[in-house]
Design a protein around this ligand. Structure first.
Ligand SMILES: [Fe+2]
Length: 379
C-alpha cells in the first residue's frame, strides 16, 4: 500500500458547467460564443428518438449555428464509429462539436475531436497525456446521470478488433462546457437509471480510496456517495420528479469532479475488461463487481471504507455488504454467469484488467490471480 499524505502534490481540473432546469437551451448561445459556425451534433438513436437531440438542434438554429447530426453510435462506442464521425466532421467542414447523450455519445464526441485535430487513428491515443494537438471546442449535454464524461479527463473507446476497451486520459478531452439539465434524465429507462446511478456510486467509492485522492477529491466523492445512495431509490419511484433527477445529476457531477482528478480502481479496470469482451453495459458491470472489489481492498483502507459504510448506513455489517444490499434493493440480482460470462474466459479478463490504467490507483496491488479470484466471487 502506498502511504498518502495531504501534503502530496495534487492538481484539480474542473471545466465550466451550468446546472439547472433549462440549461439545455443554452447550447446555441454557447456554440455561438465559441465561434462555432458548423457543428457536428453527436448523439445516438435513442436520445434522438426521445427528442433531446432535436431540442439542442433548435437551440443551435435559433442562435444561427448550422449543424450536421452524427448518431451512428452504439453502447460501448467503437473506434470505427469514432473514425466515421471524424470523416463526417471533416467532410462537413465543422469547427465545433456538441454532444448530447450518455457516456457513449460523449466519449465518441471526445474521440472525434482529438482524432480530427491530430488526423490520427483514435487507438493511437491510448494512455495518459498522449494527445499533442488540442481538440476543437466541445459542448456536452448529458442525458444520463452517471458517466460524468461531460466533466472528466477520460474517454473510453472499444477497440473492436482486439475486443477490449482503451482508456484515453488527457486534459485535451475535457469538454469546454457542460450543460447539466435534469429534464433529459426523465426519459431514461429504469435499467439505465439504475446502471448509471451505480456507475456514479462506483466512481465515488473508488475515488475515495484511490491512492491519488486528495482533500479536494474527498469532498466531492463523499458528497456523491451521500446524494446517490439517498436519492436513487426514490427516483425509481418518481421518475418524472425533476428535483430528484437533479439530485442524481449533482451526485454524478460530484463523482465526476472526484474521479476525473484521482481516477478509479480495480472495479473499473475489471468492468472495462468485461464490457470490452462481452459488450455489456458499463454501469451494470460495475454493479456486479463493486462489492467484491471493496471486500478485497478493505484491509488496505479500513477507515476510508468504514466512512463509506457509515454514509450508506444500512443493509449489512461491512461496507461491501451495504453496497450489495443497495444494488439488490434496486433490482440488480444477477451474477456474471447469468449475463453470459464463461468461466474459462476469466484468466484473459483478469489479464486485461491487470493492464488497465485504472488499476494503477487501486489501493491494493493485485496479481492476475487475485483479480481472477474477485471475478469468481461475482460468478
Ligand atoms: Fe464508470
Amino acid at each position: 500500500m502506498i502511504q498518502r499524505s495531504q501534503l502530496d502534490l495534487r492538481k484539480f481540473v474542473v471545466p465550466e458547467f451550468i446546472c439547472g432546469h433549462g440549461a439545455l437551451q443554452l447550447a446555441g448561445r454557447y456554440a455561438r460564443n465559441f465561434g462555432m459556425k458548423q457543428v457536428l451534433l453527436v448523439t445516438d438513436p435513442g436520445v434522438r428518438a426521445a427528442g433531446w437531440a432535436g431540442a439542442v438542434g433548435e437551440s443551435l438554429v435559433e442562435a444561427g449555428v448550422s449543424f450536421t447530426v452524427f448518431d451512428s453510435i452504439s453502447v460501448n462506442p467503437r473506434s470505427r464509429q469514432v473514425m466515421a464521425g471524424m470523416e463526417t466532421y471533416l467532410a462537413e467542414e465543422c469547427n465545433g462539436i456538441v454532444a448530447v447523450g450518455g457516456g457513449s455519445p460523449m466519449d465518441c464526441a471526445k474521440g472525434i475531436g482529438i482524432a480530427s485535430s491530430n488526423m490520427r487513428d483514435i487507438r493511437t491515443f491510448e494512455g495518459v497525456d498522449r494527445v499533442p494537438v488540442p481538440a476543437p471546442p466541445l459542448i456536452c449535454i448529458p442525458t444520463t446521470a452517471g458517466s460524468s464524461a461531460d466533466v472528466s479527463q477520460f474517454a473510453i473507446i472499444t477497440d473492436e478488433e482486439r475486443k477490449r476497451k482503451i482508456g484515453i486520459v488527457s486534459k485535451a478531452v475535457v469538454p469546454d462546457i457542460s450543460l447539466l439539465d435534469p429534464e433529459p434524465l426523465t426519459t431514461m429507462s429504469r435499467d439505465l437509471t439504475v446502471d448509471s446511478g451505480i456507475d456514479t456510486l462506483s466512481h465515488a467509492v473508488e475515488t475515495y480510496v484511490s491512492n491519488a485522492s486528495s482533500p479536494m477529491t474527498d469532498v466531492h466523492a463523499l458528497e456523491a456517495i451521500r446524494l446517490i445512495t439517498s436519492t436513487l431509490p426514490a427516483v425509481l419511484e418518481e421518475p418524472d420528479n425533476l428535483n430528484l433527477r437533479f439530485s442524481t445529476l449533482l451526485a454524478s457531477l460530484h463523482a465526476g469532479l472526484a474521479f476525473s482528478n484521482a481516477s478509479v480502481g480495480a472495479a473499473h479496470a475489471m468492468a472495462h475488461s468485461l464490457g470490452g469482451a462481452y459488450d455489456l453495459v458499463h454501469g451494470r458491470c460495475n454493479a456486479l463487481l463493486l462489492e467484491h472489489v471493496m471486500a478485497a481492498n478493505y484491509e488496505a483502507e479500513p477507515e476510508r471504507y468504514n466512512r463509506i459504510g457509515a454514509i450508506i448506513g444500512r443493509g449489512g455489517a461491512t461496507p461491501a455488504e451495504k453496497v450489495a444490499a443497495f444494488r439488490r434493493a434496486l433490482g440488480v440480482t444477477e451474477t456474471l454467469a447469468a449475463v453470459g460470462v464463461r468461466e474459462d474466459a476469466i484468466p484473459a479478463l483478469a489479464e486485461a484488467a491487470y493492464n488497465d490504467p485504472c488499476m494503477v490507483t487501486n489501493p491494493r496491488n493485485f496479481t492476475c490471480e487475485d483479480i481472477e479470484r474477485i471475478y469468481m466471487y461475482a460468478f
